[in-house]
Design a protein. Sequence first.
Length: 151
Amino acid sequence: MGQETMSKKEKEKKRKKNKQEKAEKRAERKLSNNKGKGLDAMTAYIDEYGNITSTPPDPKKKIEIDPETIQLGAAVQKPIDPADLIRTGVITFFNEAKGYGFINDLKSQASVFVHINQMSETLKERDRVTFEIEMGPKGASAVNVKKEVKK
């Protein structure tokens, strides 16, 4: 029984190879270790384009920003004039049996859905109307639809 089999020799070779690889990895980690290095080695800078670099920024490219001009939070929107919300259009299709149709917006040429409940009076195809747009779950729809008053 003093004789080693082929599989024992192969296993021993494999163990020695793994041990050698572990030792090499340990030595590599030791060389690339950042412990004990100064703060300068760990400092990163951000250039004028927002990229991280290891070189400090050029003081000649420095831009002075007034802190009072920095706006925090959402942008303040100008109040919307109610007259801008009212649009004009032409009813291109209307199905009275089902109670819906479409209005062609004269300004944007977009087709806007309209339901019979949003009409103040009985309207038919090719009538000029004024309306407001409201975003619904399926997209834009016309509300407050009225026959356009001739001037």
